[in-house]
Design a protein around this ligand. Structure first.
Ligand code: ADP
Ligand code: 5GP
Length: 206
């Protein structure tokens, strides 16, 4: 016990592409110094303004397949023709240092983490309607028409997976969604295993 660090929370945040995961996570990280984002690896080409090592680790397919062989990913998935994966070692180091780690990932990968038996906090970020999702995807202006259409088709199936998550957060207004996620984090931190160290310190000080 003693100076042992309480592990951070592994937070799986998922939901259809365009629902606002990136936007909500950025706002959450601005508010919480104890929370970091896991930087994924992907075989997708960088979008304008995306920086290697910051937004993603951009790697080729051969390297991605080698990393799968080496068991270097906590989870990975093929999504819309590209591979995406969460590097295991970096997330583990942050958790051990007591920081919450957010995995902003699509639903197949989220399913893998949920089935792995790992101690996680799973949150599904929902969008108020499919029309609004289409507006957001188009408004972002980062995908061509064919990609928007295939992402919208996938979104309906992805919404059906919401029941697998511990929490569903509606992303109607960004600030409200962030506040809901903060409430969840605060509540999770009051579960006994996370309060045990504090309780023991009080007992030992008597
Ligand atoms: P994701 O990471 O889930 O693919 P993004 O964070 O890129 O989604 O958001 C998609 C688009 O929707 C962006 O243009 C973003 O500014 C916009 N957006 C995100 N959240 C909201 C919201 N609550 N209301 C309106 N627009 C939003
Ligand atoms: P995009 O191409 O828009 O950056 O990402 C496409 C989808 O892949 C998004 O839903 C995004 O959350 C998801 N994604 C990003 N990184 C990972 C990852 O490491 N693993 C999985 N499974 N999905 C990811």
């Amino acid at each position: 016990m003693g100076n042992e660090q309480t592990r951070g929370l592994l937070i799986v945040l998922s939901g259809p592409s365009g629902t606002g995961k990136g936007t909500v996570v950025r706002a959450l990280l601005d508010k919480r110094a104890d929370t970091v984002l896991s930087v994924s690896a992907t075989t997708r080409a960088p979008r304008e303004g995306e920086i290697d090592g910051v937004h993603y680790h951009f790697i080729d397919q051969k390297t991605f397949l080698r990393l799968i062989e080496e068991n270097a990913f906590l989870e990975y998935a093929e999504y819309n023709g590209n591979f995406y994966g969460t590097p295991k070692a970096a997330a583990e180091a942050q958790l051990r240092a007591g920081r919450n780690v957010v995995l902003e990932i699509e639903v197949q990968g989220a399913g893998q983490v949920m089935n792995s038996g790992a101690d996680i906090l799973s949150i599904f970020l929902a969008v108020p309607s499919m029309e609004e999702l289409e507006r957001r995807l188009r408004g972002r202006g980062t995908e061509d028409e064919a990609t928007i259409r295939s992402r919208l088709a996938l979104a309906k199936e992805e919404m059906k997976q919401a029941f697998r998550y511990q929490y569903v957060v509606m992303n109607d207004v960004v600030e409200d969604a962030v506040m809901r996620i903060e409430t969840i984090i605060k509540t999770e931190n009051m579960r006994y295993p996370r309060m045990e160290k504090t309780i023991m310190e009080v007992i030992e000080s008597c």
